[in-house]
Structures are given as C-alpha cells and as structure tokens.
Design a binder for this molecule. Sequence first.
Ligand code: CA
Length: 229
Amino acid sequence: MSRILIIEDEESIAELEKDYLELSGFEVEMENQGDTGLNRALTEEFDLLILDLMLPGVDGFEICKRVREEKNTPIIMVSAKKDDIDKIRGLGLGADDYMTKPFSPSELVARVKAHLARYERLIGSGSPQNEIIEIRGIKIDKTARRVYVNGEEKNFTTKEFDLLTFLAQNPNHVFTKEELFSKIWDMESIGDIATVTVHIKKIREKIEYDTAKPQYIETIWGVGYRFKV
Ligand code: CA
C-alpha cells in the first residue's frame, strides 16, 4: 500500500484530501506544520508528498527544496494562488506537479495515481521485466527503444513508443483514452485525450497491414483501446 504524507495547515482541506485518498486505498498521514512535516518527509519513507505552499514554520518552497536534496519522492504542490504556481515552476524546485486550490479531490486522486505509477516505473518495482516484447511479428526492444515489424525497423517518436509499449505490455486489457493519457503524458503537458487518438493513428500506420482493419491495437467503441494477442 502506498503511503502519502499531506503537509497542509488548513484542516478542512487536509481532511478532505485524506478521505478521498483513503477511499482509493492509500495510507495517509497528515502534518499541519512546516517544520514537523519536513522532518517526517526526510526521516520516514513516503511514496508521495502533497505539499501546501503557505505553512507555519517552514514554507512549502523550502520543504520541496530540502526534500529534493535528499529524495526523489514525488511531490505535488498545492497553493491557493495561481501566481504562486508560476513562481514554483520558475524556481525549479523539483516538484512533480502543481495544483491550484480549490481543486476537485478526484482530480487530486487521479494525479496521485499517475505520479505513483510513473515513479514505480522509474525505479523499477518488483521483478525485472523482459526487455524484449514479441507479439505476432512485432518486436519491441525496450532497452534500445526500437520497434521491428516483420523484421523491418520502424521509427517511433518517444510518446508513440511509450504508448505502444505500454499497450503491448498489458495485452487484452482495455484502457480508456483518459487512462492512456495520464499514464503516458506528464500531467503538466498540454494536451487532452485527442492526443491519444492521434498517436494511436500514427502507431497503426507503422504496425498495421491495413489500418482500416487493425490486427494489433483494437478500438473498443465507447471505451478505448486494447492490444490484441
Ligand atoms: Ca496554507
């Protein structure tokens, strides 16, 4: 179970975040002071931090900076002011995401999940994955980031490669466009689910014999896509 630390001095906001995250199966701890929050973030193991900017004691800027000096724990920073978000970005403190209050708790949960998934991919949790995926004439070399279709190498952009690899690694699982967007694209990137549609089209042009009758990436109407095996 992933463990999350919320550092937030507004109790009602902290409680709301905690409730939603716990409903989604996370273990949540709260601190309402900057100094105690920083201390726990540095000395305990958390999988993600939700960090308010204006805090008594030590502020969110300083906490983010200090945590980053020692740890790669994903950090989502929240602030009531849009200007502050721009300032945080400008400072390059190493926060992974930013949200302006008020935000919907379900959006927070979605972002938490996306960052945890990306972080786990980054540090490579569990057993080592097979670096070569081969499915019916398609060979994906994850280490070299190359794709071969019936022995012929095809050029893929970074996101096309990530999307194809993700689908091929989870064969027969239907993913919505929203899920694919949140898994492959950074939350900060500009774009929407139409981006997913465009990338699927480009991937199909490279791997399918007939894009009108896709044999690999199947469209599940009204739901999303799956990689058929
Ligand atoms: Ca505050």
